[in-house]
Design a protein around this ligand. Structure first.
Ligand code: NAP
Length: 246
């Protein structure tokens, strides 16, 4: 991780779960971290657990990744205040397992999932790549995908969530090809967790006693892929709890 010390990592969805755990680990690894979320006060609160010198390296910014104007404005602010983006962890995501795909009147749910999990991820990636190109930086973009981005698990009310994560699988390879065609050394990685004990996991699923990972297990994976030598691109990293059924 030495080459990332003092460099800027942007983590979307930093207010809870995997994003919050990632912020803490990247700060520990010596990075300057910008944590984005709508509940920005929760990102601010992460500073309470950090020693003073580490606290200074965490910047909390309010950003709704389902809104293009928020994304463009936030990345501009990051450029002005911190110089630009070297690492992006596209972690923000919603499940909204409240309705089936074919249920009546579910349009808003469908749009929210796609706007957040797919468009938000692509627009953040676009802004980050532009920032890297302007400064001739070989950066790293990490998408938090899901095992549901490779196979649809038989979970009720999964809605368009799996489709949104299948899109992340395709976007990862599309971005890799586009960057390669431009001669860029910027890396793109998809990390696909199984069930992780966070607010996103439905209470029904937790109550059913399925095996779960901790958010820190995924943050460990992020630190691993970032720490690989410049010649190595981990394209896909799947992390399941032992005994997962899907
Ligand atoms: P979580 O604790 O519910 O965290 C979700 C994060 O996304 C929150 O910080 C939330 O922040 C943010 N977010 C949601 N909508 C947003 C928006 N419009 N703009 C900005 N931020 C937004 O759940 P998690 O499990 O850590 O989820 C993180 C990622 O892991 C997601 O992409 C999820 O699909 C993926 N994943 C989770 C699991 C699992 O079992 N938990 C498994 C596989 C993949 P605010 O609400 O404060 O904005």
């Amino acid at each position: 991780m030495d080459r990332w010390v003092g460099k800027v990592a942007v983590v979307t969805g930093a207010s809870s779960g995997i994003g919050a755990a990632t912020v803490k680990q990247l700060i520990k690894a010596g990075m300057v971290v910008v944590g984005l979320a709508r509940r920005v006060e929760r990102v601010e609160a992460l500073k309470d657990d950090l020693p003073g010198d580490e606290r200074k390296r965490l910047h909390a910014m309010k950003c709704d990744v389902s809104k293009e104007e928020d994304i463009v404005g936030t990345f501009k602010l990051i450029e002005e205040q911190l110089g630009g983006v070297d690492v992006l962890v596209n972690n923000a995501g919603v499940g909204l397992g409240v309705a089936n795909l074919i249920d009546a009147g579910n349009t808003e749910t469908l749009r929210t999932v796609i706007d957040t999990n797919v468009l938000g991820l692509v627009l953040c990636s676009r802004e980050a790549v532009q920032s890297m190109k302007r400064r001739s930086v070989d950066g790293h973009i990490i998408h938090i995908n899901s095992v549901a981005g490779h196979r649809v698990p038989p979970i009720p009310r999964f809605n368009i969530y799996a489709a949104s994560k299948f899109a992340v699988t395709a976007i990862t390879e599309t971005m890799r090809q586009e960057l390669r065609n431009e001669g860029s050394k910027t890396k793109v990685t998809s990390i696909s967790p199984g069930a992780v004990k966070t607010d996103l996991l439905s209470q029904d699923l937790i109550d059913s006693g399925v095996p779960t990972l901790e958010p820190e297990d995924i943050a460990d994976g992020i630190v691993y892929v970032l720490g690989t030598p410049p010649r190595v691109q981990v394209h896909e990293l799947t992390i399941k709890p032992v005994g997962e059924a899907f």
